[in-house]
Design a binder for this molecule. Structure first.
Ligand SMILES: [Zn+2]
Length: 190
């Protein structure tokens, strides 16, 4: 029968064996990280320190996602997702990219940013416009009209729709016609 000391040391080694330290990194993770590093360098192409910046951002992504996940072959999604978000926003928003290049925004702070704050001014204007439009559509009064099979709903493919007109913006603008599906309540302009 094992003594208490032997028993506890054996269970401790079992726990350590499960831990994924840097020495136990999956080979596919190594490949993935190398690819991400290369793509990040390309994102900063033209900047004098593109090489360092690309590598620095990749390390920040890796460390940030590893803090909450054990990064191995089966759990790389958080790492990949964060990389995609950063790549898209860095390439679309020159100001964000410049802040990193100038050193005003450290890679470790970049990876912690809310994606909504990464969007450029022009993009956020467009997002607000889309949000306003979505709100407007919700506020359309539900005036019942005759059902028609003239329109097919793109969501549920049924032809049970009603349409109605509404004055949206200035009074001198023409009325906007809305169609609403009776089945799934999808509403669109036509
Ligand atoms: Zn529908």
């Amino acid at each position: 029968m094992p003594t208490l000391v032997e028993k506890s040391s054996r269970s401790r080694s079992k726990i350590c064996g499960l831990r994924r330290g840097p020495g136990r990194t999956n080979p596919s993770t190594v490949d993935l990280r190398a690819r991400v590093k290369k793509m990040m360098r390309r994102t900063f192409e033209g900047a004098p320190a593109a090489e360092t910046l690309g590598g620095g951002v990749e390390i920040a992504i890796y460390e940030h996602t590893r803090a909450s996940n054990c990064l191995d072959a089966s759990d790389e999604s958080a790492y990949k997702d964060l990389f995609k978000v950063l790549q898209i926003n860095l390439s679309r928003n020159p100001e964000l990219c410049k802040a990193v290049v100038d050193g005003r925004l450290a890679p470790r702070d970049l990876v912690r940013m809310d994606p909504a704050d990464m969007i450029s001014a022009r993009d956020s204007e467009r997002t607000n416009l889309l949000k306003r439009r979505a709100l407007e559509d919700v506020q359309v009064p539900q005036v019942p009209m005759d059902e028609t099979d003239q329109f097919q709903c793109t969501r549920c493919k049924r032809r049970r729709c009603v349409y109605f007109q509404k004055q949206t913006r200035c009074a001198d603008e023409p009325m906007t016609t809305f169609v609403q599906c009776r089945e799934c309540k999808k509403t669109w302009r036509c």
